[in-house]
Each structure stands twice: as structure tokens, then as C-alpha cells.
Design a protein around this ligand. Sequence first.
Ligand SMILES: N[C@@H](CCC(=O)N[C@@H](CS)C(=O)NCC(=O)O)C(=O)O
Length: 233
Amino acid sequence: MIDLYFWTTPNGYKVTILLEELELPYNVIPVHIGKGEQFAPEFLKISPNNKIPALIDHDGPGGKPIALFESGAIMMYLAEKCGWRFMPADMRTRYEIVQWLMFQMGSVGPMLGQAHHFRRYAPEQIPYAVERYTSEARRIYGVIDRRLAEAPYLAGDYSIADMATYPWLRPHKWQGQNLDDFPNLSRWYAEVRARPAVQRGLAVLKERLERNKDKPEGEAWDALFGKRQYGAR
Ligand SMILES: N[C@@H](CCC(=O)N[C@@H](CS)C(=O)NCC(=O)O)C(=O)O
């Protein structure tokens, strides 16, 4: 069985979407990052960077448990475990996928995350930061749009690269972007969103999201961006 340490954020949804696509059974272990549960010593043992998602597969390689953190590593592991589904073993195809997955991990997630932060969460509006990350988000949307003009999905066929990227584009309004400006990206977005497994992945812990969807304030802001985050260890 797989234990998934999860919260209702884009990085968490990447893994629930993949698990649903693979039809693998899994237990969800909520880690309420607004309450600082990511700093619990037991969680830090499997996720030393105090972030979700993390995963324990009790039936890992050699029949022994394996613990993993970083969503990209988790996705590659699950795809390989399930017979190279959504990331074929063929080296050329695999690296086509890995490069778009790394683009998500290195650019899409971190830069769009900064756009959220400075546009929505920052306690003061800093025009330079808002402009920089909104422009960078727009540039990244353009890279994706141009790629999707030449291929149906980021790496050709639907793959873990699409599952990793889609959840980050859902809060496009928070990132100051209009999907109408990106027609190829919009076509892909609608296709990924329409997949039943994607909808199931996005529904995990939905009831907790309803209660937590306002922007972090007070205790939650402190855990994510304040003294609790930086003074925790
Ligand atoms: N590169 C990591 C990023 C994970 C990440 O940023 N997780 C956020 C939620 S989306 C988190 O757990 N934040 C809690 C914290 O920073 O304390 C991954 O892709 O797994």
C-alpha cells in the first residue's frame, strides 16, 4: 500500500492525479501546512525540506518500503513502478518527458509560485516583484503555448509532464494571466481537465479545501512565510 502525505496544493495534486490515472490504491495522510504540520519530526524524516508531497510505498523495490519526497521524483517512481506508464522506458521518449517535467519543477512551479506570493500573499504590494513574476509567468505560459502548437501534449503523448504542469496553471488568475491569450495552451488545458482521473485527483480532501481556500493569514501565514517557517529549525 502507498501512503501519500498530501495537502490541497498544486504540488500535492500532481501526485493524486497520477495515482488516479494509474488506478493505484493509496492512503491519504493530510499534512495541514497552514497549521505547521510539515514541521513534525516524523514528517521531516521522510520530507527533510518540510514540504508536501511525500510518499511511502510499503511495497517498494525488493519488496521493502521506500520513502520519497519531491513531486517530480515521486512521479517518475510511480510511472516506472507501474510498468513505465505515462513515462515509457524508451530512452528518447522518456527524456522528452523528463525535460518537460524538469521544466515544470524548475520554472513553472517556482516562478508561478512567486507570482502567487507577491500578487496575493505578500503583506505589502511591491510593484517590482509583482511586475517581475507576472512577466515571468506570462513568458512561461508563452513557452508552453508554443510547445502545444506543435504537439498535442507537452512531450507528445499525455504523460507525467502534463500531470505535473496542469495543476499549476489552474490558479492562472492569481498569476495575472488570461488563458484566452494562449490558444494552444487553452486547448490542452480543457483536454487535461476533462479527464476523469484528473477530476478525481483534484477532489482529494476537497472538504478541507472548502474550509481553507482563503489566502493564508495569521497562524497559516506564519507557518508558511513567517517566523514558524524560518525559525522552526
Ligand atoms: N519542489 C517541491 C515543492 C513542494 C512544495 O513547495 N510544497 C508546498 C505546498 S505546494 C509546501 O509543502 N509548503 C509548506 C512549507 O513550505 O512549509 C515538490 O515539487 O515536491
